[in-house]
Write a protein that binds this ligand. Structure first.
Ligand code: ZN
Ligand code: ZN
Length: 350
């Protein structure tokens, strides 16, 4: 089959590699109809998590919509021809952590993530799905490919973070980080508060899309952030920040704009900038509530994510700016990494 193989930072190459087959009776093989690239893939692509992407071996990608083409003998929930998507991490559904809903910590899969380390991802014509009955998800008829693809990661991750913030209708909310997941979260937040939602980022086309979705764009590099927050909250600070940037400087901004007793709901990957000095004293002195959502245990939330689309609360198609083939993926990945003008998210159609 054809697959985009990681060769080193900023270097994907589309190559012929062996077709995956079921190697365990619990495996399924899925033909990829649609895939994408997540912000967390960028940490691998950019070489920021060395060891998790092996040059010459790793196939990235943990978002998918596809069709089952092979089924192991112990699989009971899936048949050849089923249209499916998977959560970004492999979970068995029966171990101690899975039973608590912490599917990202599955003891059986040992926290395996598609496209990270040794497990091949979806930037390929076919993907092997281990422990399929435990986490693979049927895609109902009528659900678009874009919606099924964001059900793998971005949309349930947005839903988990927004739910954890427990937003009241009278809350002033700031969204920090208007990448694709942030822009999905913005649509969810807009249904939970009657107040304007401040959207903080430094990329112009993201802020423009946030504004088109009803947010109040704030450029952290050129706008007076403290003044805008003070004006919007009568000098108190925002009630809630939903944070998706996952970078130390963005986290500091989030802490600085919250009111005393405010809630910081995080959906970022807080393990890349391990040297960043977060001011614990500030968290303490402001009585802030920190609700990080860790590995984003998305599997139990995929149904609710699809339901939010069916119910008209969120439209994933607005964050898809580009459609590319597998051969076009290396160039598109670089554009995504550079935050090229107008580039939000791609649908990869192998
Ligand atoms: Zn992701
Ligand atoms: Zn498990």
């Amino acid at each position: 089959m054809r697959a985009a193989v990681y060769q080193g930072p900023h270097d994907l190459r589309v190559e012929d590699v062996p077709d995956p087959t079921p190697v365990d009776p619990r495996d399924v093989v899925v033909a990829t109809r649609g895939a994408s690239m997540c912000g967390s893939d960028l940490y691998l692509y950019q070489g920021e998590l060395p060891g998790l992407a092996v040059p010459g071996a790793t196939i990235l990608g943990h978002e998918i919509v596809g069709e089952v083409v092979a089924v192991g003998s112990a699989v009971s929930r899936f048949r050849v021809g089923d249209r499916v998507t998977f959560p970004f991490s492999v979970s068995c559904g029966t171990c101690r952590t899975c039973r608590r809903g912490l599917t990202g910590h599955c003891e059986t899969s040992k926290r395996a993530i598609y496209g990270f380390g040794g497990l091949a991802g979806s930037h390929a014509e076919y993907v092997r799905v281990p422990l399929a009955d435990g986490h693979l998800h049927h895609v109902p008829a009528g659900v678009s490919d874009e919606t099924a693809v964001v059900a793998s990661c971005n949309l349930p991750a947005a839903l988990i973070a927004v739910d954890s913030a427990q937003i009241a209708a009278t809350d002033t909310v700031a969204l920090v980080g208007a990448g694709p997941t942030g822009l999905l979260a913005l649509q969810l937040i807009a249904h939970r508060t009657r107040r304007p939602v401040l959207v903080l980022d430094r990329v112009g086309h993201r802020l423009a899309l946030a504004a088109a979705l009803g947010g109040v764009p704030v450029d952290v590099d050129s706008d007076p952030v403290a003044e805008i927050v003070a004006d919007a909250t009568d000098g108190l600070g925002v009630d809630v920040v939903v944070e998706f940037a996952g970078r130390g400087d963005a986290f500091d901004v989030a802490v600085s704009i919250l009111r005393p007793g405010g809630v910081l709901a995080g959906g970022g990957v807080y393990r890349v900038e391990t040297a960043h000095p977060t001011d614990l004293g500030m968290l303490f002195a402001k009585d802030l509530q920190l609700r990080l959502n860790g590995l984003a245990n998305v599997q139990p939330h995929m149904g609710a994510a699809l339901g939010a689309v069916a119910g008209g609360k969120v439209d994933p198609s607005v964050v898809f700016s580009h459609r590319v083939s597998l051969d076009e993926l290396p160039a598109a990945a670089e554009a995504f990494s550079r935050r090229a003008e107008g580039f939000h998210k791609m649908l990869i159609e192998p």
